[in-house]
Write a protein that binds this ligand. Structure first.
Ligand code: IPM
Ligand code: MN
Length: 326
């Protein structure tokens, strides 16, 4: 079966790592019909295009989206991030951002479920008296019972399917007493439906310590959008580097395509040097294959990525070595 995939290579090293992901998918026998979309900071600088409505509508009919990285230093902050990446997450209702972490020495393996459509990312807020000495900026965090609960439920389902059967809520309930209270109550209520899953709670600052000092204590973590953003960079760092960290932006209800991308950014400083590690993008492609029903190919890709012999070399050499092993 051929899967129709929209591919946004994006900026910087994005197109370089995505090319390796597509190479490995094909070597693993996953048949794709890849439709390329020229979007990102470079395109915006050329003609002002961020994400045309027609493109978004076209995407709704695809099986999946595969993205490299977006963002260029010459574009003002937020234009591409909000206008392309967050618009994708919000409009396609990709409400779960799933980010697995696995130590290369096998010492730990856990997954972060990051809420992906609300929180501080929602865009609530504004200016008053901008550019005056009395200026005010607010940026609220939006937490709906519906949005929190569906994310928490996904995390419980995932935790139940794993041998560890353990789920940790990460928040900051001692200070964020409104949002934290809603999260805690939603978590506790959904927990009642999953008696077989053991639960825990960590404040986000303490979770940062445990990520570094005792990552093996985690199985599945669920957290809000901004905490999840920060924690998953830390997760990448403790699990062998951000060049290995994969992610899936999921629409679990499958009312449209899900989107798969490495956690890392566009790294404009190393573009064209062959120094970008494509493993995160390749592992994201494996998550895509799995979501598309190609569990066997996904497992072979993950195993190949774990082979120490496939870890050295340039971007294309690593991609070739992984492709040879799937
Ligand atoms: C990520 C990225 C994005 C985010 C940026 C590029 C908007 O850091 O996917 O983690 O903050 O979600
Ligand atoms: Mn991030």
């Amino acid at each position: 079966m051929t899967h129709v995939i929209g591919v946004v290579g994006g900026d910087g090293i994005g197109p370089e790592v995505v090319a390796e992901g597509l190479k490995v998918l094909s070597a693993a026998g996953v048949e794709t019909d890849a439709v390329a979309y020229d979007l990102g900071g470079a395109r915006y600088l050329r003609d002002g295009t961020v994400l045309p409505d027609e493109v978004l509508e076209e995407w709704r009919g695809l099986d999946a989206l595969y993205l490299g990285a977006v963002g260029t230093p010459d574009v003002p902050p937020g234009v591409i991030e909000r206008g392309l990446l967050l618009r994708m997450r919000f409009e396609l209702d990709l409400y779960v951002n799933r980010r697995p972490f696995r130590a290369s020495d096998g010492g730990f393996e856990f997954e972060v479920i990051r809420e992906n459509t609300e929180g501080a990312y929602a865009g609530e807020g504004g200016f008053l008296r901008r550019n005056t000495p009395q200026e005010v900026a607010t940026q609220g965090s939006v937490n709906t019972r519906f949005g929190v609960e569906r994310c928490v439920r996904y995390a419980f389902e995932l935790a139940r399917s794993r041998p560890g059967r353990h789920l940790t809520l990460v928040h900051k309930t001692n200070v964020l007493t409104f949002a934290g209270d809603l999260w805690q109550r939603a978590f506790n209520e959904v927990a009642g439906e999953y008696p077989e899953v053991a639960t825990a709670y960590n404040h986000v600052d303490a979770a940062c310590i445990y990520f570094v000092e005792d990552p093996k204590s985690y199985d599945v973590i669920v957290t809000d959008n901004l905490f999840g953003d920060i924690l998953t960079d830390l997760g990448g760092a403790v699990a062998g580097g951000i060049g290995l960290a994969a992610s899936a932006n999921l629409n679990p209800d499958r009312t449209g395509p899900s989107m798969f991308e490495p956690v890392h950014g566009s790294a404009p400083d190393i573009v064209g040097t062959g120094r970008a590690n494509p493993t995160a993008a390749i592992l994201s492609a494996a998550m895509m294959a799995e979501f598309l029903g190609e569990a066997d190919a996904a497992a072979r890709i993950r195993a190949a990525c774990g082979d120490p012999a496939a870890r050295q070399g340039t971007t294309a050499e690593i991609g070739d070595a992984i492709a040879e092993r799937v």
